[in-house]
Design a protein around this ligand. Structure first.
Ligand code: SME
Length: 162
């Protein structure tokens, strides 16, 4: 049976990816690329309270461009959802952060979270982290969209040197 909401979401996400490709292709620097990427997600995806990057400096993750309240500056590898996604090189979806022990509570409004790792040429670059005030905000379709969005960023990053 067709799920029309699901189909509507798929079409919306497909269009958003096309727009994101154009927008991110026009960014003159890594900083503008990452900054506008967070603004785009914040504008286009409802019900988020934080979206941003943590960037790997060779030792730990450091907060990068983001939209939302003040956040933790440094996250050790393996710590929190960000640190876990970074070392596992795997998207991690947390439907309820209140029952996930390896979660760093930067914003007490957060209820669910998704973290997509960014690897460039098999090397950890950082993570894209999104929080929502709603329980179980990140369904499979949205997660797939965010992973494809992250792939566009990775492709653009390979064209930038900073
Ligand atoms: N909750 C994250 C920390 C970053 S904030 O959400 C902005 C984590 O557990 O890694």
């Amino acid at each position: 049976m067709l799920c029309y909401n699901g189909l509507g979401d798929l079409m919306k996400y497909h269009e958003l990816l096309q727009t994101a490709k154009s927008l991110l292709n026009e960014q003159p620097s890594t900083l503008s690329l990452l900054s506008n990427a967070t603004a785009f997600i914040n504008d286009m995806i409802p019900d988020l309270n934080w979206v941003g990057f943590y960037l790997y400096d060779g030792e730990s993750l450091q907060v990068g461009p983001f939209q939302g309240h003040v956040a933790c500056s440094t996250i050790p590898l393996g710590k929190g959802v960000c640190g876990e996604a970074a070392i596992k090189n795997k998207t991690i979806v947390i439907p309820d952060v209140l029952v996930h022990t390896n979660h760093i509570a930067c914003d007490t409004n957060s209820r669910s979270e998704v973290v997509v790792p960014l690897y460039l040429a098999h090397k950890l670059y950082g993570v894209l982290d999104m929080d929502s005030p709603s329980f179980n905000r990140f369904n499979d379709t949205l997660v797939r969209f965010l992973e494809e969005f992250a792939e566009i960023i990775i492709k653009q990053l390979t064209n930038h040197t900073l």
